[in-house]
Design a protein around this ligand. Structure first.
Ligand code: B12
Ligand code: SF4
Length: 321
């Protein structure tokens, strides 16, 4: 029977890795059990063994720009072996033709793979794959959960759980708002907590929140909606914000040996209540983009919402505090 393989390309393999590539386990869950459990290969751990891939197998390769070339190499190799080659991920979403011309792709999935993937696999197995599938931007209640039961033991230090996809900003250098969109899609608090509990039972204490922007609603967003008199938008934004607090309250009720980190914009420093809630939730770190320290530089990359000079210093100090 044809098998499904999911490969995360990397030019270097270390045997162990810091963070789980979440897409592998989400797509594994989306695969279902019709074709048996998919075979997962994360090349940051070890190189793919091409001998395990046979004619008629379906090989899904997920790429961002940094590992696209290695991904294309794998695509060409496995196609020579008679397998079906499917690319997905951020880079394939933005440059689908490249995956065909350089990676020997039969198909490219643009956008979210959660719903469309089983369709792609059956089309391949039936011998009629489309060259491009539009996975779209799914509402958060349709995000697939992750098959953490397939995670190899003792290889990763951190696991990754997503709480929100998408970011309302549009920084010039960033692919997130182009691929994941500007409307924050927040997963339900219950689903996130269930996943965190499952992972702690598997022995993990360090959890990266693989979010584009954990602070998706700012005071400015609320003030603008109010000024426009757009009450329905205002209610939506308030609900998104309330859900963030609800999530952090639930995280704070979990055992306090858990450690989270996430990604936010500098704007979060405007909101001491939010930062306090993060601390109580054991979110011990957050990646914050500074990018430029002058107003002109920030304007140049459409990041005018960041501050410069002494105001920048004050914001960074607020995080430290
Ligand atoms: C969490 C995260 C990290 C974490 C964890 C990384 C890890 N090992 O998982 C950390 C902080 C370590 C990190 C590091 C880096 N990251 Co990062 N990261 C992210 C983030 C925020 C979320 C990724 C994630 O797990 N998403 C959840 C999964 C479920 O979503 P997904 O991967 O998009 O997969 C879905 C679809 O794309 C699709 N799909 C994906 N693959 C496939 C394959 C197939 C076959 C199919 C059908 C579908 C499919 O289906 C999935 C489910 O819907 C993204 C932002 C983003 N929006 O993607 C940036 C992002 C991927 N990172 C980025 C970058 C640049 C980096 C670094 C290079 C930064 C640096 N300078 O060092 C490093 C590279 C590390 C590495 N070697 O991978 C960029 C990549 C840009 C680009 N053009 O490729 C992104 C997009 C952020 C950005 N601002 O633009 N990152
Ligand atoms: S705030 Fe961050 S995630 Fe959002 S568009 Fe800018 S760089 Fe990308």
């Amino acid at each position: 029977m044809a098998r499904v393989h999911l490969i995360n390309p990397s030019t270097r393999s270390f045997g162990v890795a810091v963070i789980t590539p979440r897409w592998l386990y989400v797509l594994a869950s989306a695969t279902g059990t019709r074709w048996g459990d998919p075979r997962i290969v994360d090349e940051t751990l070890e190189r793919v063994d091409l001998e395990t891939i046979g004619p008629g197998d379906v090989v899904g390769i997920g790429i961002h720009t940094g590992n696209a070339r290695r991904g294309y190499e794998i695509g060409r190799e496995v196609r020579k072996r008679g397998a079906w080659v499917v690319f997905g991920g951020i880079h394939a979403t933005l440059f689908p033709e490249e995956a065909a011309s350089h990676g020997a792709a039969h198909s490219v999935v643009r956008g979210d793979g959660d719903l469309i993937w089983p369709q792609v696999v059956s089309d391949c197995i039936a011998g009629v794959p489309h060259s491009v599938y539009e996975g779209g931007r799914l509402p958060s209640d349709q995000f697939a959960s992750a098959r953490w039961d397939l995670l190899p033991k003792g290889r990763y230090m951190w696991v990754s759980v997503q709480t929100v996809r998408g970011c309302p900003k549009h920084c010039s250098f960033c692919s997130v708002w182009r691929t994941d969109g500007q409307e924050p899609r927040q997963r339900s608090v219950d689903r996130v907590i269930r996943e965190v509990v499952e992972l702690r039972r598997l022995g993990f204490r360090f959890i990266a929140l693989a979010d584009d922007n954990f602070y998706p609603v700012t005071f400015t967003d609320l003030a603008q909606a109010k000024r426009r008199g757009d009450l329905s938008r205002l209610r939506e934004l308030e609900a998104l914000r309330a859900e963030r607090f609800a999530l952090m309250t639930r995280l704070s009720e979990l055992p306090d040996d858990l450690v989270f980190y996430t990604q936010i914009t500098m704007e979060a420093a405007e909101d001491p209540a939010f930062l306090d809630a993060m601390r109580r939730a054991n979110i011990r770190g957050a990646l914050v983009g500074v990018e430029s320290v002058t107003h002109d530089g920030l304007k140049d990359v459409y990041k005018g919402f960041n501050l410069a000079g002494e105001e920048l210093v004050a914001r960074l100090r607020a995080f430290r505090r």
